[in-house]
Design a protein around this ligand. Structure first.
Ligand SMILES: [Zn+2]
Length: 164
């Protein structure tokens, strides 16, 4: 089969909303985010049916030194994901934003693995409360490294003009 005949995977439906009690994205911000998201939809896994961006105008409520810019929750079981967006995303230089978005999309790519790892750790430490923390921390840190590496490859390919 020639390479051009490989079918494109389906794309998830995109949704944008405000957090509970918070306002939605401002019109200009929404346009920018949607364009960027559409530029990178091709790296999302085919199992994802629905992707929702949730805006949190009040921020993540974490440290001032390194406030959260974006975070992601994925449910492989339900085939959905949510990317939480904080005002720091729009305050960041425009050229840095693809990096933040691709990072979150890579978390979605690893969601099936993270789900199994989480269930296994839960089962292994069901009897000893709190004993799973060291393993969970190690898994979180390994996932973060894998996400960084994957994002680095995908962004590098895009810079070289290669299709990912
Ligand atoms: Zn991360």
């Amino acid at each position: 089969m020639p390479a051009t005949a490989i079918p494109r995977p389906p794309r998830p439906s995109l949704h944008f909303r405000g957090s509970k009690g918070g306002e939605n994205f401002a019109r200009g911000e929404l346009g920018e985010l949607e364009k960027l998201a559409r530029d990178w939809l091709h790296i999302l896994p085919p199992w994802l049916n629905r992707l929702t961006f949730v805006y949190h105008p009040a921020g993540a409520g974490d440290g001032e030194d390194a406030p959260t810019i974006m975070s992601t929750e994925s449910s492989y079981s339900y085939r959905v994901a949510r990317v939480h967006v904080y005002p720091q995303f729009f305050a960041a230089p425009e050229q840095d934003r693809p990096e933040y978005l691709v990072h979150e999309f890579c978390h979605i790519l690893l969601a099936p693995y993270a789900l199994v790892a989480d269930k296994q750790v839960g089962a292994a430490y069901a009897e000893e409360e709190g004993a799973d923390k060291v393993v969970r921390d190690a898994l979180d840190s390994a996932e973060e490294q894998a996400v960084e590496d994957l994002a680095h490859v995908l962004l590098g390919m895009a810079r070289l003009g290669l299709e990912s």
